[in-house]
Design a protein around this ligand. Sequence first.
Ligand code: SAM
Length: 259
Amino acid sequence: MSHQTKKSLGQHFLSDPAMIEKIVRAIDPRPGDRLVEIGPGAGAITRPLLQRHRALTVIEFDRDLIEPLTALGAELGAELSIVHADVLTVDFTALAATSPIRLVGNLPYNISSPILFHALEHLAVIRDMHFMLQKEVVDRMAAAPGSKVYGRLSVMLQARCRVTPLFKVPPGCFRPPPKVDSAVVRLEPRDPSEVGLVQPRRFEQVVRAAFSQRRKTLRNALSTVCTPEQIEAVGMDPGARAEVVAVSEYVALANALGA
Ligand code: SAM
């Protein structure tokens, strides 16, 4: 498929066959899986997935890619359903009407965080996710308390999913090569009863406020959300900074504060 890549759409197409194979192996499609690929582009992952799996839904925003993707489905005689849309407007829950979905994709890096948060909104119908993102973002997603890159993204994702970084992907695996290293990550929704989060909106508010001023203590950063006494009541130190607080502690605080 020849196509002038568009920088504004984050188009860096995978071109390394060994890396493509490694990604498809990590996804490991099984009979009956309902696979949904975000940003199929020129079909680097789509083609081997279809060759193995025969059925796939793809979501692509670039109209110039719709016809070549249609041709790819026809060439392989496979069941390729193409959704021509901005992924941020796609209702994953509706897509999963018949069974839970497995989301995959080499994401457009400029909107990778909004895509992750959009997926969280539909987590109940998602079985797992395999995404390629900037390595720096994967590091933040998987970071532990105390790490310099532990932040809102780490807490929001880890409260809802197990986050497993799988492997690094160097710029040379893409055309055109991006300026940064990339990495593939696996996200598996956690059982809500294991997390015990009963106030998701409050949780979001607490985490946002805590990390809005990283250098401040919780007492100060959370001053518009709760009192130091309320922080202490769940066994947390109001003098601590957001970056040392565990995900379970944010959950406990949000639950204690209530709706
Ligand atoms: N999967 C292909 C590959 O690995 O070679 C392409 C990956 S490229 C990094 C990202 C893809 O996402 C591009 O095809 C781009 O057109 C598409 N894209 C960008 N913004 C999008 C959006 N808002 N909704 C859906 N697709 C989008």
